[in-house]
Design a protein around this ligand. Structure first.
Ligand code: DAH
Length: 504
């Protein structure tokens, strides 16, 4: 590193402080020596450390000073010594002692405790209490008490320098005798580089700021400016960022758009007609029960084709099947609910298609709602990815191709399909992806080819419609190693800031 260059980057505070850091210097010493404020010294030290000019070392230390009581006793003498002196004569009761010694009753009680512990007095209980000084008590009066010696030291005192630990521990138990303060001692040491910098000429006047006056007068030509340090550590600034879920959804949307699909959109609030009946879900199907579906107040307006759907449910109508053979309820189909799957959008899209629009491919990504109890892998709302391919030439191989392609782009190599059942598809499949780390198959949702009972009433003629609908919450959470999907929705700023950005 070029020393001159480094010197030119130094802030005036660093420049001022550096000569005072010879080899090894405590913060407080630096504050006193440099005449700078403590906060200025702290900042300059931090900057110097970032530039590897010094090393900072923090050490914790306990500092001991005298409390209110011990300060007073240092002048008047220790109460226990006074007490013992008075006791030397004949014991005439505690009141007399208290009076003679001029101690408070509280102090007298404390003295009895202390002196008893040290065996300097003895308490006898004959007719009433009697306190007697012991032989060692009498002897001790000739000398200084260890407490007196202790108090004569110069305070504040570094706890580590205390020699008579027993007395120190004893005094700490007494009220307002010693105060212990924990200190952080910061010391700065010059590095090898620092020694070179400190030896360089730091006196050159460098300018921090270019002013209009300097420009006008041309004075800037003679000045030397402080160089910008582009490598210095600065506080992290967190720019705005989309929520993790939004990032993932946008990525998913991009995949389908890239494959030539058009996006389907629609409301969260839908009729039972579009969400269930148009998809040939029989009206007594268990999924319609209150415990699965969120029903809302009100009554939905039905489109004209509702009667066709009714006939299909009851007798199969023109579809050639026998239908579900029950009596279709208008009230049931008019119910309003929160969409239970994005398949509702597929039904609505097919109903709008004309022959000349084919072949056509659509996808949706959006929230669906189910009345589930929440736990680590269930929420009452989650994102579903939906798709349809309406194409006279489409077949099951194509379905597998689209889904395999999609999941490859989501980062899953292996996709598997198993036979399943849905009221609206035949054949029906369950789609799983293989989790390469956990080495297990993850169930994502359904797929299949819509039955004629769905397609004919909505489209007006039969045509293969490849269809799928899969839950995305789990693989979205998985991407950030979130195992409890509830965590995805905790607006935890730290989590949001630190999460890696979804692959673009
Ligand atoms: N709607 C089904 C669900 O929410 C998933 C589904 C299955 C969607 C088969 C489809 C499909 O489009 O063909 O669980």
């Amino acid at each position: 590193m070029d020393i001159k260059n480094l010197v030119s980057k130094l802030h005036p505070l660093e420049r001022k402080l550096l000569p005072f850091i010879s080899q090894h210097q405590e913060l407080q010493v630096l504050v006193n020596a440099s005449g700078l404020q403590e906060i200025e010294v702290m900042r300059a030290l931090q900057w110097l450390e970032n530039k590897k000019i010094i090393l900072l070392h923090t050490e914790k230390k306990k500092q001991v000073s005298l409390g209110k009581n011990s300060q007073a006793y240092k002048k008047t003498g220790l109460p226990e010594k006074i007490f013992l002196g008075v006791l030397d004569q004949e014991f005439k009761g505690l009141n007399v002692i208290t009076k003679k010694s001029k101690l408070s009753r509280e102090e007298v009680n404390a003295c009895i405790g202390v002196l008893k512990r040290k065996n300097l007095i003895e308490i006898q209980n004959k007719e009433g209490m009697e306190i007697k000084i012991t032989t060692s008590g009498t002897q001790s009066l000739q000398q200084k008490f260890p407490e007196e010696i202790f108090l004569q030291q110069t305070f504040p005192l570094d706890e580590e320098q205390i020699i008579d630990k027993t007395t120190y521990d004893e005094l700490r138990k007494r009220k307002d005798f010693v105060l212990v303060e924990e200190l952080k001692i910061v010391t700065a040491t010059l590095t090898e580089l620092g020694k070179e910098v400190a030896a360089a000429d730091l006196s050159i006047e460098v300018i921090n700021r270019l002013t209009t006056e300097m420009l006008k007068s041309g004075a800037w030509k003679e000045k030397q400016f402080r160089a910008y340090d582009v490598e210095i550590n600065v506080p992290k600034i967190h720019g705005g960022r989309k929520h993790l879920e939004t990032e993932a959804i946008e990525y998913i949307r991009r995949i389908w758009l890239d494959m030539g699909f058009k996006e389907m959109n629609g409301n969260f609030v839908q009729s039972a007609f579009w969400d269930l009946d148009a998809l040939f879900v029989p009206q007594d199907h268990p999924a319609r029960e209150m415990q699965d579906t969120f029903y809302l107040h009100g009554k939905a307006a039905l489109p004209k084709i509702w009667e066709k759907i009714k006939t299909t449910h009851e007798t199969g109508g023109v579809t050639g099947s026998k239908g579900w053979r029950y009596s279709f309820s208008k009230e049931e189909t008019e119910q309003v609910l929160l969409r239970t799957h994005t398949t509702v959008l597929s039904a609505q899209t097919i109903a709008k298609l004309k022959k000349e629009d084919l072949p056509a491919k659509f996808f949706a990504i959006g929230k669906v709602f189910r009345n589930e109890s929440m736990d680590w892998k269930h929420l009452f709302e989650f994102d579903q990815v939906e798709g349809i391919v309406v194409d006279p030439k489409a077949n099951l191989q194509h379905l597998k191709g689209y889904l395999t392609q999609f999941y490859h782009k989501m980062g899953y190599e292996k996709v598997r399909m198993r036979p399943a059942h849905f009221p609206y598809t035949e054949p029906s499949l369950e789609v799983d992806v293989f989790h390469p780390v956990r080495k297990e198959w993850v169930e994502l949702g359904g797929a299949g080819i819509f039955r004629p009972e769905v397609v004919i009433p909505l489209l007006g003629f039969d045509c293969p419609v490849l269809a799928w609908g899969q839950g995305m919450a789990r693989i979205i959470a998985e991407y950030w190693n979130i195992t409890d999907i509830r965590d995805l929705y905790r607006n935890d700023l730290k989590q949001l800031r630190e999460a890696k950005v979804w692959i673009k």
